[in-house]
Ligand binder design. Structure first.
Ligand code: FRU
Length: 511
């Protein structure tokens, strides 16, 4: 079954949602401040991420007309700092033909610097979008291209689309990069239901030759979508080149996830470094999905954005948000080469600009079987805190943070615990109501490094992204706290823990 069906279930069929669609209640309390959301209506995958002349372009799967999946088009926004986004008109709308409608499904965008496509004007290379044309009536998916000569604002569809047509119903999400050494374009594209990625090559973005395929390795529980293949220097060393293949997996009723493979690419074939059964995950939560890297970043930067798949709780007048932009690195570890993620370095400049009232810095605090309130200063009780903390483990069995806290005197009415448990060696997120744990929302196995745990916790109204130990592992989830549940504390239970450093930035307003 397709992700499409999954969206329909999410967006249309559940009675509770139907009711919400009839009578939508605005939910400003859940609109993130420093994560991207469309002004209104539905959003899913990031598409065509590209950096052009100092500006990050984000295109995204968008229904311009309704707050549910449908009429798929490429929405568009730009940013210079990956925090402040400018909303722009739809860049590629659905195509209404005589006897068919073409929806603009996921894909990528490249800057065709050498005008290999011939679409350029006045000696300038165009921006070319490569996407899947989904034709529901024909039950067909094939690869289309469109070009822009105004810096990615408006696109013209190529007259001879599709450029790859296998006459299949399930063939999508082309991701294209430029291979400088071969002077050729390389495409990764998915056959979701049979869990296969194909690699194609082209000199002009119009004629594509099949190079090879990669299938049924790693996590094969769900269909494969939104692949990307990216070269890296492992540990930043140009002598150690490796390729990262990322794939999104989803199935209705069984959630979503992203996995990755590291390996070699000889210009034709990708060879997995690991045993075919080895499973490596990009994120350990239930929402992070469809992430792709930006094309044409300066130097060696590798930055991606992912979509946080909405849970059942409806939001209005928009639905869907992006993750924080994440910098990627491949590092050598005792287990092999692994993917590390950090909030994009460009964002640090923004954090530095925040005033003293919005910045908290504490050092060497011991918390002993206690809770340390951190939101008494008004500036930190808006559910928009970005926390960066390093703990040295002690005798405490559990330690970490309590967020979205609502108290009645000393009594906890509601809170979300982001904790680390020493016995189980795991990070967990639990929901507490009337002082009792009512649900474990997420958990992830991770070990202290030299008795230390670093937690970067990015809480933004309804999203929660947690990077552990410099981004060795990441867990992303969604939360829907009550309006007045905004308290925030650090805690240690059954013993002590040392908080070596605690930095908190409150990003409640965009500067
Ligand atoms: C993933 C996905 C893609 C497809 C797009 C359609 O979320 O199903 O495979 O191109 O969404 O909106």
């Amino acid at each position: 079954m397709k992700m499409k069906l999954f969206f329909m279930l999410l967006a249309g069929l559940l009675p509770v949602l139907l009711h919400a669609q009839d009578n939508p209640v605005p939910t400003p309390q859940w609109r993130p401040v420093y994560h991207f959301t469309p002004q209104k209506n539905w959003m899913n995958d990031p598409n065509g991420l590209i950096y052009l002349n100092g500006v990050y372009h984000l295109y995204y799967q968008h229904n311009p007309f309704e707050n549910k999946w449908g009429h798929m088009s490429w929405g568009h926004a730009t940013s210079k700092d990956l925090i402040n986004w400018k909303h722009l008109p739809v860049a590629i709308p659905e195509i209404e033909g005589k006897d068919t409608t073409t929806w603009i499904f996921s894909g990528s965008a490249v800057w065709d610097k050498h005008n290999t496509s011939g679409f350029g004007k006045n000696g300038k290379g165009p921006v070319v979008a490569i996407y899947t044309g989904d034709q529901p009536k024909q039950k067909k998916e094939s690869q289309f291209i469109a070009y822009s000569n105004d810096g990615g604002l408006t696109y013209t569809n190529y007259a001879n689309n599709p450029v790859i047509d296998l006459r299949k119903g399930d063939f999508r999400d082309p991701s294209v990069i430029w291979l400088e050494d071969q002077q050729k374009w390389l495409m990764s594209v998915a056959h979701p239901g049979i869990q296969k990625i194909e690699f194609y090559s082209s000199a002009n973005l119009k004629d594509w030759e099949l190079l090879s395929e990669f299938d049924r390795q790693g996590d094969t529980r769900r269909m494969w979508e939104c692949p990307s293949l990216t070269p890296f220097f492992v540990d930043g060393d140009p002598a150690k080149k490796k390729w990262l293949l990322m794939i999104s997996s989803s199935s209705p009723g069984d959630g979503v996830g992203m996995q990755y493979f590291t390996g070699d690419f000889d210009g034709r074939t990708f060879t997995n470094d690991n045993h075919a059964a080895t499973k490596l995950f990009v994120d350990y939560g239930r929402t992070f999905f469809a992430a792709i890297p930006f094309n044409h970043l300066p130097g060696d930067a590798k930055t991606m954005l992912g979509w946080l798949v909405p849970f059942e709780t409806p939001t209005h007048p928009w639905r869907g948000q992006m993750s924080i932009a994440r910098d990627l690195a491949l590092k050598t570890t005792p287990e092999g080469i692994r993917l590390y993620q950090q909030p994009a370095a460009v964002l640090n400049a923004y954090l530095k600009k925040l005033s003293a009232a919005k910045t908290m810095l504490k050092r060497n605090i011991t918390i002993n079987n206690n809770e340390l309130a951190l939101s008494s200063a008004k500036s930190f009780n808006t559910n928009t805190n970005w926390i960066d903390a390093t703990f040295t483990t002690g005798t405490a069995q559990d330690f970490g943070f309590k967020i979205a806290q609502q108290k009645d005197g000393n009594k906890v009415v509601a809170e979300t615990v982001v904790g680390y448990n020493m016995a189980r060696q795991e990070l967990y997120i639990t929901q507490v109501k009337d002082g009792k744990v009512v649900a474990t929302l997420e958990k992830m196995a991770v070990k202290p490094v030299n008795n230390k745990i670093r937690l970067q916790v990015l809480f933004d109204k309804s999203s929660l992204e947690i990077f552990v130990n410099d981004g060795e592992k990441v867990l992303t989830t969604l939360l829907f706290p009550e309006k007045n549940a905004t308290g925030f504390a650090a805690f240690a239970a059954e013993g002590d823990v040392q908080l070596d450093t605690l930095k908190v930035w409150n990003l409640d307003k965009i500067l």
